[in-house]
Design a protein around this ligand. Structure first.
Ligand SMILES: NC(=O)c1ccc[n+]([C@@H]2O[C@H](COP(=O)([O-])OP(=O)(O)OC[C@H]3O[C@@H](n4cnc5c(N)ncnc54)[C@H](O)[C@@H]3O)[C@@H](O)[C@H]2O)c1
Ligand SMILES: *[C@@H]1O[C@H](CO)[C@@H](O)[C@H](O)[C@H]1NC(C)=O
Ligand SMILES: *[C@@H]1O[C@H](CO)[C@@H](O)[C@H](O)[C@H]1NC(C)=O
Ligand SMILES: *[C@@H]1O[C@H](CO)[C@@H](O)[C@H](O)[C@H]1NC(C)=O
Length: 416
């Protein structure tokens, strides 16, 4: 608060020119001498204490130095659904992991689960930060010795992207640029990028190969396509090792039951089919709304390619192992098999044991009839193929976690 009645400051006393103790004319008295020694010792002790408190004095963190035989991966968005599963797999495979996430969508509970599983120093570190803040991101890169980046952090709902496109261009395209610039500035030379089949739009020919032309039809797909373009253009003049993975529809959760998918309640309306099925099975919602029954498919409902998250993170590890400097690898990650929404709902009913009320509605604008991948490139080049292809089993595993986590990861979520 401004105080206008403040009295004018007193004229300064004349400066003393006796700097330090040098000009002391008086001989030092004994009592004063002891007092000074005690004071000096106190000061030294205080300095040591303060230095010890400051992070720079601590023995250097294992995350800040390279160690032969240890690959340190920065996982952006590691508190999210796929990022947390990827972190679990990386830690199991003896990687060192730093998660950067601002918890705008993810769950600190997922990070805690991972920290409890891998408490040893130098295994997992969590940094709360916003990737939109270039200064902070640069600081993180200068204080940590990353060997590779898996860039998951994003906003990722097609429906939401049509309502709030700027959010998507900001948090997908612009943030990818920030990450890429920091990698270039700090010589981090391996990038595994989370892309999506939404970058293809609505191709006429199925299945989708990596050669299928990309014509995205919503801001989410466009923002991801732009990120891919930025990465590829940058790559032309760098020897970075890049892998771009275009995921199809991700489902399931960790078979050990430690992690699950727990989106914010307010995102449910934009949500994905598995979440919607589970909510219906649990009675949180009245039933499931299936939009569109007159598509040119076997049963009239849309057809998608559902990939289990355990398979997906395996593809990331294979991509990391096979990333080559100066090379961009682009791969579809899917099962190669399409399933209709009707089939999905049946599998969900069997997995949950609940009967789900289905309401059939007209088509949702922007949905396409049929999307599924041709995953042969990744099979031939990375020896990867989907193993968890039984829809019902994948949903059973996910349902088990959902049932025992009514409140998601708890503390960060509003109760439902
Ligand atoms: N789930 C799918 O079916 C699917 C399909 C294709 C591609 N993808 C891609 O996979 C990636 C992960 O998706 P997900 O399903 O795990 O989503 P998610 O929302 O569960 O996780 C994203 C994480 O990123 C974090 N984040 C977002 N903006 C951030 C920022 N500015 N700074 C720091 N952290 C930030 C969020 O807090 C969240 O933890 C995304 O890039 C998404 O586009 C997902
Ligand atoms: C997360 O990051 C976004 C920018 O991408 C920012 O607008 C938002 O405030 C951040 N949220 C938190 C909780 O820090
Ligand atoms: C994304 O960016 C917008 C600004 O365009 C910001 O308000 C928002 O909080 C960001 N993060 C998320 C997760 O939406
Ligand atoms: C490919 O993967 C399978 C397991 O999925 C493994 O048995 C086989 O040895 C691998 N082949 C090569 C060439 O690495």
């Amino acid at each position: 608060m401004l105080n206008f009645n403040k009295p004018r400051s007193q004229p300064r006393p004349p400066r003393s020119y006796a700097l330090g103790g040098v000009d002391h004319a008086e001989p030092i008295k004994k009592k004063g001498f002891v007092r000074k020694i005690v004071f000096a010792l106190g000061l030294v002790a205080l300095c040591i204490f303060m230095l010890k408190q400051s992070p720079t004095f601590k023995s250097p963190s294992p995350f800040s130095r390279r160690e032969t035989g240890v690959t340190h991966v920065l996982v952006t968005g590691g508190a999210g659904y796929i990022g947390s599963h990827a972190t679990l797999r990386l830690l199991k495979d003896s990687f060192r992991v730093t998660i950067v996430d601002n918890l705008s969508r993810g769950n600190i509970g997922a990070v805690k689960v991972l920290q409890d599983l891998f408490p040893e120093p130098g295994r997992l570190q969590f940094i709360y930060a916003d990737l939109g803040d270039a200064k902070v991101v640069n600081k993180i890169f200068s204080e940590n010795a990353f060997d590779a980046v898996m860039h998951f952090a994003a906003v990722a709902y097609v429906g939401e992207s049509t309502l709030d496109p700027l959010k998507y261009y900001h948090n997908i395209t612009s943030n990818t640029l920030v990450v890429l610039e920091a990698m270039a500035a700090h010589n981090v030379n391996t990038l595994i990028y989370s892309s999506t089949c939404a970058t293809y739009g609505e191709p006429e020919k199925m299945p989708i190969t990596e050669e299928t032309p990309q014509h995205p039809i919503n801001p989410y797909g466009k923002a991801k396509k732009m990120s891919e373009d930025i990465i590829q253009d940058f790559h032309k003049n760098s020897d970075m090792a890049v892998m771009i993975l275009r995921y199809f529809n991700v489902i399931g959760s960790d078979p050990d039951g430690t992690l699950g998918e727990a989106p914010r309640p307010e995102l449910r309306e934009h949500g994905r089919i598995s979440g919607a099925c589970f909510d219906a099975a649990r009675g949180i919602t009245k039933g499931l709304k299936v939009r569109g029954t007159d598509y040119k498919t076997s049963d009239g409902t849309c057809i998608r390619d559902y990939i289990d998250v355990t398979d997906l993170v395996d593809a990331h590890v294979k991509a990391l192992e096979n990333a080559k400097p100066g090379h961009v690898g682009i791969y579809n990650v899917g099962t190669g098999k399409g399933r209709s929404v009707k089939e999905f709902v049946e599998a969900c009913e069997k997995a949950t044991g609940a009967s789900i009320k289905v309401e059939y509605l007209p088509r949702r604008p922007g949905d396409y009839a049929e999307v599924f991948s041709d995953p042969s490139k990744i099979r031939l080049e990375l020896n990867w193929s989907a193993q968890f292809t039984d829809l019902e089993k994948s949903l059973q595993v996910a349902w088990k976690w959902q049932k025992s986590h009514h409140n998601g990861y708890g503390s960060t979520e509003a109760s439902i």
